[in-house]
Design a binder for this molecule. Structure first.
Ligand SMILES: [Zn+2]
Ligand SMILES: [Zn+2]
Length: 167
């Protein structure tokens, strides 16, 4: 699967160099507000696998529901939100909005989260894993994705150590 996408004005284009580790449908109030919709579809993928060309997205910092910072990245020209960086999430990864893909039908949510604030008119598929808040990663993720996450967490720690040494 080769996934590519961009913002509404196409000033920012991106490619994903790997499949997402997992795809979330998040029904939390923050995601509802940021998207102006019922939920967001986020592809959780290592930052190094998100390749942009053209303009770099701008970002703003929000307080996440967990109390940890949440950076949202958007196109300066058209305002489309492309992805998020959650400071509290393990690893060095981005949550890329699947609605910005050229072919959004290429992915489907693996898990629905924060369904405690799901809009009542929306019925989820019966067999879809769904959680009132977050969920135990090791119970839901494929083995291969768990391996990638482990490596990604190690890489983030490594880059922090390097930064503190040089700074
Ligand atoms: Zn744009
Ligand atoms: Zn959310």
């Amino acid at each position: 699967m080769k996934l590519a996408g961009g913002c509404a004005c196409q000033q920012i284009r991106y490619k994903l160099l790997a499949d997402p580790m997992i795809v979330h449908a998040c029904h939390c109030r923050d995601c509802q507000r940021i998207t102006g919709s019922a939920f967001v579809i986020n592809m959780w993928i290592e930052r190094k696998f998100v390749e942009t060309d053209g303009a770099a997205p701008k970002s703003s910092r929000l307080k996440g529901g967990t109390g940890q910072n949440h950076d949202v990245f958007f196109c300066d020209a058209c305002g489309t939100y492309l992805w998020s960086f959650y400071h509290g999430a393990p690893g060095d990864a981005l949550f890329v909005r699947a609605g910005t893909l050229d072919k959004p039908e290429a992915v489907a949510p693996d898990v629905h989260i924060f369904t405690r604030s799901k809009v009542p008119w929306l019925t989820l598929p019966k067999d879809a894993p769904a959680f009132k808040t977050f969920y135990p990663i090791e119970k839901i993720w494929a083995k291969e994705s768990l391996e990638r996450l482990k490596q990604n967490v190690a890489e983030r720690k490594g880059s922090r150590t390097r930064k503190s040494r040089s700074g």
